[in-house]
Every structure is written in structure tokens, then in C-alpha cells.
Write a new protein. Structure first.
Length: 502
């Protein structure tokens, strides 16, 4: 018999919550998988350097694997919805997923180049390992969304996941943006980004940090990962046909999928190779990127946290995302103009050290980058707790609690669309004259290259944010509607409990 629910987690009118530190701790589950996502952003360097494939093929690998990742999503979500054991519904998938990620990424980056020097053999081996790797990725990722509903349904607390997630992501990508070029620079005599030493050092840091973050997330969700916090509080049978019914009739998840997938496509197309091209090639300094990124880290963290915590908790998640999208469109238009018609080489007075030169370009770039970091929090990160709203809406609509299905339906379409991103980046680079390698320091800067990089860095983002605005016009879950839904779900729970005790 399970222990009784701690009353500190329960509120009035069916609201349940957790101490804020548990929301912060569980958000690290997404950070744990984002670490591996960042690692894989550099896989094109490995494939071209050690496997022997060209730019387009290397970019295609990421596309094919993301499609595979999306295909496995509904099946994993179905298993999550069927799971309710001693360790809950979500925690087993977090642990198993992280173990798979650790083992398979090690094999991919430490074993492949030791095989006989045959491109077909090495590439085939890498693909097989990658397929298993992405199953582990799906295991852990699906819980980030599926556990949202049992973590909290307090409308003032639920958006805080996105606030912490935004802070962690900003810190993660900022710190890695500083550290990664320095790791590559330390091994420049043996190949830099395309050296085994670079990938070993990078993998080790990612594996250790990801395991620590996963452990914290498991501890944080533990007291809420139980039946009492699953939907109506009782087990509901779910079949595969329910996937189609949900996708066909749940307007909220339909619009969220359209909004988030186009947004994700745009942001994913801005790969690490695009960042390297902007600073190492256009600005003329490999280490400049880490110096500039270091300046924006703390202000970006503060901007992201404030935008989400102030806007989403007061306006509701739908309206906050709309405000963030319009603001993001304006900022990215200004950033595109700056990089197209300004001179990024004025950002440094010494390309060898990346010493900062405080001219107009650097100041404007810093201001716009920090502003975008804050707006991106509500335009992008908030979609994760919004999937919980969609799951609650499904309980309200049909009485079925299917958070795994909701999260993986969202992820499936999201990944199908965003799988095109690495291919888009590769095709753009190939079209502007870089078919055999990514643009790096010392490569000639041409106007087609500048336009191509700006299109990948800002143009696609603008298009994705416009899709947000259009989709949100048809998204039904306003702040007022969610209050109605929580009251109705609470009534369903109370009725079920009365019937059980009768």
C-alpha cells in the first residue's frame, strides 16, 4: 500500500503544487538531454574528419537520425502511459535513457575512427549506434513533457519550469559557447574541432554533468510521480487509437505543434557551425565568440528569468508566448540588418586573442543578444509547460490521462519538421561555396556567404516566430480557460474518489 499524499502538495479547487526547488530541480532533466544535443551539434566535424563523408552527407546524418528519433516517440509515449510501477511512471525512463545516451555516445565518438579505414563501414557503424543513441534520447526527453502534469497544475507555478529551464539553457549554451572554442583551440595543432582529443574532452564533460543533472531531476520529481497526481487520480485504459483521436480533435496540441515545430526548425538551423562561421569567419577570430558570449551570459540569464516569471505568471502562457514572438521578430530583424550592413571585424582589436573593441557593432550586438535571450524564453522555452496544459485539456475533453502521448505527439511532429534544420544549414553552406567544410577563420568572406549565414542565424527565426503568431490565434487555452479546466478536473477527481469510497 502506498504512503498517503503529503498535504503540503495539495491546494484548493484541485490545485496541487511542489516546493519551488523541486520545479527547479526537475528542469535539469531537460538540461541533461540538451548537453547531449549540444555535443551532437559538432558531429559533422567528426563525420567529415574521421568517417570521410562530405558536408551534405554529414548534415543529412543529423536529419535522418532526428526523423528516426521522431518515429520512436509515439511508441515510447505509449509505453510511458502504460507504465505505473514501484518507481512511478516517469523516473525509470529518465535513468534508462541517460545510461543509453552515455554508453552509445562514447562508442560513436571513441570507436568509429578505430575501425578499418572504409567510409561505408564507418558510416554504417555510426548510423547503427546513432539509432540506439536516439532511443535513449527519446526515453529521457519524453519525461520532460509527460511529468509536467504531475509536477504541478498551479497556473502561477507551472510557467516557472520554463523560467528555470530558460536560465539553465542560457547558462548551458553560454558556458559551452565559451568553453568549446577554447577546447578546440587547445587542440588546434592536432585538428581542433576535428580531433579525437577534442571529442573525448567534450564527451567526458557532457557525460558527467548530464548524469548529475539527471540524478537531481529524479530526486525532485519523486514525491509527485504517483497515481494520485495522474489526471483524474485513477487508471484509464488507453489504446493506440486514442493517439489519432487526440491529434484529430485536440485543437490545443495541434496549434502548439505548428507553433513550436516551426520555431524549433528555425532555431535548430542555427547550428554550432553557424556560430563558428559568424565569429571565426565573418568577424575573423575563433576565440572572439567565447569572449562575446561571456559578456552576455549573466544579463541573458536575468532577462530570460524575468521575462518568463513576470509575463507568463501574469498574462498566462498563451499571451506571454505571443508577446515574446512579436518582440523576437523585431529584435531578429534588427540583428539581421546589423550583420548584413555592419562590419563585425570591428568587434575585436586582436583576432589572435579575441580582445574586445567597444565600437558600435559590439555594443549593438550585445544589447540585441541579451534582449533576444529574454524574449526567446517566452517565445520558445514556454512550450514545455504548455504541453501540460494540453494534457489537462485532454483530461477535461475525454477523461483520459495521456501525458506520454501528448508529449510524444508534440515531439513527433516537432522532430519531423526540425530534422530538416541540419540539412538546410548544409545546403546553404554548400550553395555559397562550402561543400567540403564549414566556414572557419581564414576562409574568404563573400557577400553570398554573409547572406547565407544571416539567413540561418536570423531569417529562419523570423519565419518561425511569424508561424507562432498565426498558430496562437487558434490556440484555445487562455488563462481563463485553464482555470475552468482545472475546476472541472478537480470535480472529476472528487467524483471518482467518492465512488471509490462508497
Amino acid at each position: 500500500m502506498s504512503k498517503p499524499v503529503n498535504p503540503k502538495y495539495l491546494g484548493e479547487n484541485g490545485i496541487h503544487r511542489v516546493p519551488l526547488w523541486r520545479v527547479a530541480g526537475f528542469a535539469l532533466n531537460n538540461t541533461a538531454t540538451n548537453l547531449y544535443l549540444f555535443l551532437m551539434n559538432y558531429v559533422s566535424f567528426y563525420l567529415m574528419g574521421f568517417v570521410g563523408v562530405g558536408m551534405v552527407t554529414a548534415s543529412s546524418f543529423a536529419m535522418v537520425m532526428r526523423i528516426w528519433d521522431g518515429v520512436t516517440d509515439p511508441f515510447v509515449g505509449f509505453v510511458v502511459d502504460k507504465t505505473n510501477g514501484k518507481f512511478g511512471k516517469n523516473r525509470p525512463f529518465m535513468v534508462i535513457g541517460n545510461v543509453i545516451l552515455c554508453i552509445m555516445s562514447f562508442i560513436m565518438l571513441h570507436v568509429t575512427h578505430k575501425l578499418p579505414n572504409n567510409t561505408a563501414l564507418r558510416f554504417g557503424f555510426f548510423i547503427i549506434c546513432g539509432a540506439v543513441y536516439y532511443i535513449g534520447y527519446t526515453f529521457q526527453c519524453v519525461v520532460t513533457k509527460s511529468a509536467q502534469t504531475c509536477l504541478t497544475n498551479d497556473p502561477k507555478q507551472r510557467p516557472m519550469f520554463a523560467a528555470f529551464d530558460g536560465v539553465y539553457n542560457t547558462l548551458l549554451f553560454t558556458v559551452l559557447g565559451i568553453v568549446t572554442p577554447r577546447i578546440a583551440n587547445a587542440y588546434k595543432d592536432v585538428g581542433g574541432y576535428a580531433s579525437t582529443q577534442f571529442f573525448h574532452t567534450f564527451w567526458l564533460a557532457v557525460a558527467v554533468l548530464s548524469a548529475i543533472f539527471t540524478a537531481i531531476a529524479v530526486i525532485s520529481i519523486a514525491p509527485k510521480d504517483r497515481t494520485e497526481f495522474y489526471g483524474t487520480g485513477k487508471t484509464v485504459r488507453v489504446g493506440l487509437k486514442d493517439y489519432w483521436d487526440t491529434l484529430k480533435h485536440n485543437r490545443a496540441i495541434q496549434m502548439l505543434v505548428i507553433s513550436a515545430s516551426t520555431d524549433k526548425l528555425a532555431n535548430t538551423a542555427k547550428t554550432s557551425a553557424v556560430g563558428v562561421a559568424m565569429f571565426a569567419c565573418l568577424a575573423g577570430s575563433t576565440v572572439l565568440q567565447s569572449n562575446v558570449t561571456g559578456l552576455t551570459m549573466i544579463p541573458s540569464v536575468i532577462a530570460s528569468f524575468l521575462c518568463i516569471s513576470l509575463l507568463a505568471t501574469r498574462l498566462g502562457q498563451r499571451k506571454a508566448m505571443l508577446v515574446g514572438s512579436w518582440g523576437g521578430i523585431i529584435v531578429n530583424v534588427l540583428m539581421a540588418i546589423l550583420w548584413l550592413f555592419g562590419d563585425p571585424r570591428t568587434m575585436t582589436s586582436d583576432p589572435a586573442t579575441g580582445a574586445l573593441n567597444w565600437g558600435y557593432f559590439l555594443i549593438l550586438h550585445l544589447l540585441l543578444s541579451v534582449t533576444w535571450a529574454g524574449l526567446q524564453g517566452v517565445a520558445g522555452n514556454i512550450v514545455i509547460p504548455m504541453t501540460a496544459d494540453c494534457a489537462d485539456y485532454e483530461v477535461y475533453r475525454t477523461g483520459k490521462y495521456v501525458p506520454g502521448m501528448m508529449g510524444t505527439l508534440f515531439s513527433f511532429v516537432d522532430k519531423m519538421v526540425s530534422s530538416l534544420a541540419p540539412m538546410i544549414a548544409g545546403l546553404v553552406f554548400a550553395a555559397v561555396g562550402f561543400a567540403d567544410h564549414n566556414p572557419v577563420e581564414g576562409d574568404p568572406v563573400t557577400r553570398p556567404l554573409v547572406w547565407g549565414i544571416v539567413f540561418l542565424a536570423n531569417g529562419l527565426v523570423i519565419l518561425g516566430l511569424l508561424a507562432n503568431v498565426i498558430a496562437l490565434k487558434f490556440y484555445p487555452l487562455t488563462k481563463e480557460k485553464m482555470a475552468e479546466i482545472q475546476e472541472e478536473v478537480a470535480a472529476i477527481k472528487a467524483k471518482a474518489a467518492a465512488e471509490e469510497n462508497a
